[in-house]
Design a protein around this ligand. Sequence first.
Ligand code: AMP
Ligand code: MG
Length: 430
Amino acid sequence: MSHDGPIEVEDAIARMLETLAPDRPTTSMRITDEDLLGRVLAEPIRADRDHPPFDRATMDGYAVRTADLATGERLPVLGSIPAGGAMPKDVAAGGCVAIATGAAVPGTLDAVIEHESTDRGDPLEVTAKDVRAGRNIHRRGADAKAGDVLVPRGTRIDAVARAAAIAGGAAVGTGLVSIHRPPRVVVVTTGDELRPADDPLDRDGDAVLIRDSNRPLLVDLIADRWTFGGNVTGTRHVTDDPSATRDGLDAAAADADLVITVGGVSAGVLDLVPGHWARRGWKTLVRGVRMQPGKPFSAWLAPDGGTVAVGLPGNPVSAFACLHVLLRPWFDAFRGVDVAVASRSLPLHAATRANPRRPAFRPANLVVDGDGNVEVAIPGWQGSGDLPHLVGTTGFARLPVIDGEVPAGTPVEFLPHRDDHLRRRGGTGP
Ligand code: AMP
Ligand code: MG
């Protein structure tokens, strides 16, 4: 099916997701590789042995038999076990052993009395009352049994997940863990008006030119492993010229899972991107979305189904909004992240003009008052070219479609674009 008119945000997201095969490609990486952080686990990491692997003392003190304490007799100290030290085979009844935190408690003993509750003598007097079996002992397998999942598949590997994987023996033998292959992305900027990032723009005629800020914006965002996690394999620039567009886009599509163009996708005579994909026989997935900014967003699928091309509008805030609102779910699904960014409903801090025809996505922050009430604040909105008001924001406020102002206090959806720790598991709620 081909789609010509603007569609709803949710439908555009769904059409992007439909391009993905259910089995995501995987690769493997070394558990010690610095590059592993932020990658997504393709296979769960299981414990190779019980955790803890033995009955572990959690205090420095003396390992005793609780039954011996009932007699009130002093206990001869028959040995000492440091952390990592071998356990004595047998501790005679009526005796005890000095033990360090992290050492293995001999099987015939069932409590560890912390130093403070003894006279530290030999023979030892225990001053603690009501000592129960298990005191100060972290039982073997209490945290996890051998074979239990320590880190689920779909986890973005952070310092804690890596530590748990190492503790669990994830890479015993091979040193490798299985991760999802990130999508290969080529970013293509378009437009005769663009100059490189470091151009001083001080020549005659430069007043009408602008620096290309979208390329670094998109490359940096896409490469960020804690959010998009793409593999940017190349960047290109094409001028507003039919043959430059043809050659540039053909080359970009040659070896990519996703080609992202920015600019040249609206209805102007020099908006050459849509015509190119159509001439190449790519299927139109999306041609316009009911959102502001971002209406021109378009997407196409290669005839072999292996590459998606996405056309982002050129205005920086539009491009940014489309990437987060429409493409983040595709990136998450491609690389096997098992949860999705969730929005939440919070009161609007100050009255704001909405868009009468399309849901408006405004760069926004969460603000909190002295009583802990959290509200959504919009720092300012001068249109989709307003990069300065995007600076420092952490999400979008999604405003309802109304003709006029949304009053202060109205609950609006807040969709995080930076701190995305509020995440939805498989669509089944928090
Ligand atoms: P377009 O979608 O090509 O009509 O571009 C819309 C607006 O975005 C124009 O003002 C462009 O100059 C601007 N724009 C397009 N590409 C970039 C870019 N790479 N960096 C900064 N601004 C851009
Ligand atoms: Mg343009």
